[in-house]
Design a protein around this ligand. Structure first.
Ligand SMILES: NC(=O)c1ccc[n+]([C@@H]2O[C@H](COP(=O)([O-])OP(=O)(O)OC[C@H]3O[C@@H](n4cnc5c(N)ncnc54)[C@H](O)[C@@H]3O)[C@@H](O)[C@H]2O)c1
Length: 502
């Protein structure tokens, strides 16, 4: 006689959640083959109301276990029982790392077991956050650039979140996967084509999962538009626009004390992102930050899952904005006024996909401009544009040839995840999307299943940087994307964004 414990949660989310864990499924499959007798234990529980984000997370941990029935569940040697608690280590606890840390500390399914940062000023800040959340003091690393490798040797660490400067991302992600850790890496994931391949190769070689922590994929309007795409509202997809259009001049330069808006120093004399990011503007003419734009679009058109990026052409304007900013704020005699920044102020890339769509990606961070990721999603039946908050669907718009205000549409197609948890997520940062990206990471890691944004996504999206650089260098010559899935994009099924519950 074999016993199955079958629990049904009558939740306050107006739906029945079947709570299964992978251990159950594995037993169940074995049992169907080898057993003739079944004893079914049925437990029905009524969930309590969520009063706080902490309650929510406690509950979502249970619901997350239901994700075991999602198609991405991996059976095999790396199969693990869903963990109640995930032991997470944080490599890099600067501005972004402490944001993730803060959100992790809201959860009661995460133990913060180790932190690492080479800037000793960041350590007490992070430790203080952990202490205030009532957790045990984590182990501390950061005595030198490679001390993170000692952190990776800790057997108790299940998962790591890497929020360091770009040049560290791929190296740390590779080391973390080699150490068998479930790995989350901030954007962009890689700087060179070799690094893109490394991420894929090490993932395949080790079976360790990698999630690119692209939070914009979880933005409320993006998930609503994704819902519209999946419901075929726009018809056959044709064209997209997106990018990173953010005046970062006050981030690229500072006075070494204030992270934003004061002074015109960078590198060793700067603080936070100006310490490392501005050097890329000086040395590279490329779209160095493509994933906030292209990540959400890739999800809409199923890149690496039935579709793929084929080729790209890129062009750059002249470089003026950063020099002007230095002169305006530091004077013509400031030593930085003589620097020649290589990156064009506006870099525009056009990507072709194998399904016949085009995607225009813009990088625009050195000029005065209000923030916008500039999304447009266009198909045979109509289009949505984030700028102007407008939408037009033929036959459904209020008037022919006139835009509808998108607000009503976005509310109507609000993603179920946002409907349920939006209010709780709002305090998490970046309007709530930071909550969802961490939630997806933690729930996937607890189950050790492929994350929604995986190593192939990290590689394909990040490849825009080196490809745009070569294209610009060669007067816009088209550059082919490698097929990081080695042909498997043909049979990989689209991720079911409408069914995810984490
Ligand atoms: N997804 C988003 O919305 C978002 C927002 C901001 C930043 N980011 C990304 O997050 C990453 C970090 O950005 P940030 O703003 O926190 O920068 P930051 O400079 O504030 O923090 C980076 C931290 O990494 C530490 N570090 C550097 N080398 C290290 C090493 N070898 N070992 C351990 N620690 C090391 C630094 O000391 C610093 O504290 C970047 O990749 C950035 O692009 C993403």
């Amino acid at each position: 006689m074999r016993t199955i414990n079958f629990k049904i949660l009558l939740s306050d989310f107006n739906s029945y959640q079947f709570v299964l864990n992978p251990f159950f499924i594995r037993n169940w499959i074995g049992f169907c083959f080898f057993s003739t007798e079944i004893k079914l234990n049925l437990t029905v529980t009524k969930s309590i109301n969520m009063n706080s984000r902490r309650d929510f997370v406690k509950k979502s941990a249970i619901i997350g276990a239901g994700a075991a029935i999602a198609p991405s569940l991996t059976f095999g040697t790396d199969f693990k029982i869903s963990k109640e608690k995930l032991n997470v280590a944080f490599i890099g606890v600067g501005l972004r790392g402490t944001n993730h840390l803060n959100n992790a500390l809201f959860r009661n399914d995460v133990n913060v077991v180790a932190i690492c940062d080479i800037d000793e000023r960041r350590i007490p800040i992070a430790l203080d956050m952990v202490a205030k959340a009532g957790q045990k003091k984590p182990q501390v690393f950061g005595k030198d650039d490679y001390d993170y490798r000692n952190l990776l040797e800790l057997t108790e660490v299940d998962a790591v979140i890497i929020s360091t400067p770009w040049l560290w991302h791929a190296r740390m992600a590779k080391d973390a996967m080699l150490a068998g850790k479930y790995t989350g890496v901030e954007v962009s994931a890689a700087n060179t084509m070799e690094e893109c391949w490394d991420l894929v190769n090490i993932h395949e070689q080790t079976g360790s999962h990698l999630m690119i922590l692209e939070n914009v994929n979880f933005r409320r309007d993006i998930m609503a538009v994704l819902n519209m795409v999946k419901q075929n509202l726009f018809g056959e997809l044709l064209h997209f626009r997106c990018g990173y259009q953010h005046d970062l001049r006050g981030v690229f330069f500072n006075d070494g004390k204030t992270p934003y808006g004061e002074g015109v120093e960078f590198g060793d004399k700067g603080i936070s992102e100006s310490k490392w990011r501005t050097q890329h503007n000086l040395m590279r003419n490329a779209d160095v930050y493509p994933t906030h734009g292209v990540g959400p679009i890739a999800a809409m058109c199923d890149i690496n899952r039935g579709n793929r990026f084929l080729s790209l052409t890129s062009h750059a304007t002249k470089s003026r904005g950063l020099h002007k900013y230095i002169v305006d704020h530091g004077g013509m005699d400031h030593p930085n006024a003589s620097l020649k920044f290589k990156m064009g102020d506006i870099v525009t890339s056009t990507i072709e996909t194998s399904n016949g769509e085009t995607i225009i990606v813009t990088h625009d961070c050195s000029s005065p401009r209000p923030y916008s990721l500039g999304f447009r999603v266009q198909g045979s039946e109509g289009l949505w544009e984030v700028d102007g908050n407008r939408i037009y669907i033929e036959g459904k718009a209020k008037k022919p040839h006139e835009w509808d205000d998108a607000t009503e549409w976005l509310e109507k197609y609000d993603h179920p995840l946002w409907k349920k948890y939006g209010e709780l997520a709002t305090g998490a940062g970046h309007g709530g999307m930071d909550f969802f990206v961490l939630n997806a990471f933690v729930e996937s890691a607890k189950l050790n299943i492929a994350p929604p944004l995986d190593a192939y996504d990290a590689a394909a999206w990040s490849a825009i940087t080196p490809l745009s650089e070569i294209s610009i260098e060669n007067n816009g010559e088209p550059q082919d994307f490698p097929d990081f899935t080695r042909g498997n994009w043909i049979k990989r099924r689209p991720f079911d964004w409408m069914k995810i519950n984490y």
